[in-house]
Design a protein around this ligand. Structure first.
Ligand code: SF4
Length: 386
C-alpha cells in the first residue's frame, strides 16, 4: 500500500496510538510525513521554531522565533490545523490568537519549557499582592512570551503586556510610559539585559526570589522606593550555560572571532559579547556577514548547527563546546510529528491545545497589546556593542 493511500484512508475508528510510531525507521517516518503533509494540503500549516532539529524543521511551512510564530499563527486564517513544532507556551499563544474554526496541535504534550514552569500563578499572585501593598498601583506587569497563557492573562487583566526577545525594549518603553515600575517575568536575564541597555541602573532593579522562605526579608530590595524594575528569578536552562569564561577562551583562541549571544544569557555574558539579540537577529547577523566571518554563538545548538549548514562560507561554532540542545524543545521528534499528521489526515485531532475561554480572553488582550505596538520588530531588543 502506498503511504498516501494509508493517510487518505477512512476517517472512522479511533486515533492511532503513538506506540505504533515510536519503533518506525527514520526513512519510513520521513516518507510517510511527506505523504501526510501532501494529503492534508492547505488544511494544515506546520510552524517550526528555530530550535527544532533538522529532521523536524524540514517539514515546517514557516520557521521563526516565538514572536514571528505568534504573528504567523494569527495570520494563517485559511488553515484548519496549526501544527506547532515548538513548546507548550508557544502553542498556547497560537491557540489564543487563532481563528474560531482552527485547532492548534502540539505533537508531544511533554514539550514544555523549564523557564515557563518557574513562574506559576500562585507565586506570581502572591508576589503581586506583596509588591502592590508596598508600592501601590505603580506597576505594569510584563511577561515574556515564555510563560503560561494564565500568566499572560494575569498581565492582560492588569494593564500589562507580553514581550519577546525581539521586542522587549519597545515593550518596556510602552510600560514605563504608563507606570513608574515594571514587574517582569519569568526571565530575569532578558529583563535585566534589556533594562540595562535602556539606561536603567542595576541598583534600580531587584530580583523577586519566588523560592525564598521569607519573602518579605529575602526580597527586601524589591520594596525600596527607588526600584523601577522587579525581575522574577527565572532563567533559561540552555542560555545560562554560556559564561564569560567561554568568551575569554574563544577570544584567546581567535582574537578576530565575533561573539553573538541571545539576551536570555547572563548579564556578564551579554556585556562582553559583540552582538546581542533574538534568534531572528542572530540569523540576520550571520546572513548579512561577509564570507570568512568567524562566529562563536551563544544560543540553542540546533540553530547554531543549522546556521553552519546554511552558511558554509562562514566559520560558525557554538560559544560552548559540547552544549546540549533544549531537552524540552527536542521532545518534538519526527515520530510525534508523523503521528499527529497521519491522525489529522484520518480525521483525528490528537494533542489539541485548548486554553480555557476566560484565560484566552485576557491573554489575548496582553498579546494584542504587544502585536499592536509600533516599532516592534527584530530590532526591538537587539543590540550591537562596540
Ligand atoms: S531554550 Fe530555554 S526558554 Fe527556550 S524552550 Fe528551551 S528552556 Fe525554554
Amino acid at each position: 500500500m502506498s503511504f498516501l493511500g494509508l493517510v487518505a484512508s477512512s476517517t472512522a475508528g479511533a486515533a492511532r496510538p503513538f506506540s505504533e510510531y515510536a519503533p518506525l525507521p527514520a526513512a519510513e517516518i520521513r516518507e510517510r510525513t511527506l505523504a501526510a503533509k501532501r494529503a492534508l494540503g492547505g488544511r494544515a500549516v506546520i510552524l517550526g521554531h528555530h530550535y527544532q532539529r533538522e529532521s523536524v524543521i524540514e517539514f515546517a511551512d514557516f520557521r521563526g522565533d516565538s514572536f514571528k510564530l505568534a504573528q504567523l499563527a494569527a495570520s494563517r486564517a485559511e488553515a484548519e490545523f496549526i501544527v506547532f513544532c515548538g513548546v507548550h507556551f508557544m502553542a498556547e499563544s497560537a491557540d489564543v490568537l487563532r481563528q474560531p474554526r482552527q485547532a492548534v496541535i502540539l505533537p508531544d504534550l511533554k514539550a514544555g519549557c523549564s523557564m515557563a514552569d518557574m513562574a506559576i500563578m500562585e507565586d506570581v499572585e502572591e508576589a503581586w499582592e506583596r509588591l502592590t501593598r508596598v508600592h501601590g498601583d505603580t506597576f505594569v506587569p510584563v511577561t515574556y512570551m515564555n510563560s503560561t497563557a494564565a500568566l499572560k492573562a494575569f498581565c492582560g487583566a492588569r494593564g500589562g503586556v507580553v514581550c519577546t526577545s525581539s521586542n522587549a525594549r519597545s515593550v518596556l518603553e510602552w510600560a514605563w510610559a504608563r507606570k513608574p515600575r515594571v514587574f517582569f517575568f519569568p526571565d530575569q536575564h532578558l529583563g535585566r539585559n534589556t533594562g540595562h541597555a535602556m539606561g536603567v541602573p542595576l541598583d534600580s532593579m531587584a530580583e523577586w526570589d519566588y523560592r525564598a522562605e521569607d519573602l518579605e526579608r529575602q526580597n527586601v530590595r524589591c520594596f525600596r522606593p527607588e526600584t523601577r524594575l522587579v525581575l522574577w528569578r527565572g532563567f533559561c536552562s540552555v542560555h545560562t550555560k554560556f559564561t564569560r569564561r567561554q568568551i575569554d577562551e574563544a577570544r584567546a583562541e581567535d582574537p578576530g572571532v565575533k561573539i553573538l549571544v541571545h539576551p536570555e544569557c547572563p548579564f556578564d555574558v551579554v556585556q562582553n559579547a559583540d552582538l546581542v539579540g533574538s534568534t531572528e537577529f542572530i540569523i540576520q547577523q550571520v546572513r548579512e556577514a561577509p564570507p570568512g566571518t568567524r562566529w562563536a554563538i551563544g544560543t540553542e545548538i540546533n540553530l547554531v548547527h543549522r546556521l553552519g549548514l546554511e552558511h558554509p562560507e562562514q566559520q560558525i561554532r557554538s560559544l560552548q563546546k559540547n552544549v546540549c540542545p533544549c531537552a524540552t524543545m527536542n521532545r518534538i521528534d519526527p515520530a510525534h510529528l508523523l503521528w499527529a499528521l497521519e491522525n489529522l489526515a484520518e480525521g483525528h485531532v490528537v494533542n489539541p491545545i485548548r486554553v480555557p475561554e476566560d484565560v484566552r480572553q485576557h491573554a489575548r488582550v496582553a498579546l494584542d497589546r504587544m502585536l499592536a505596538l509600533k516599532g516592534v520588530g527584530p530590532t526591538g531588543a537587539d543590540m550591537a556593542r562596540d
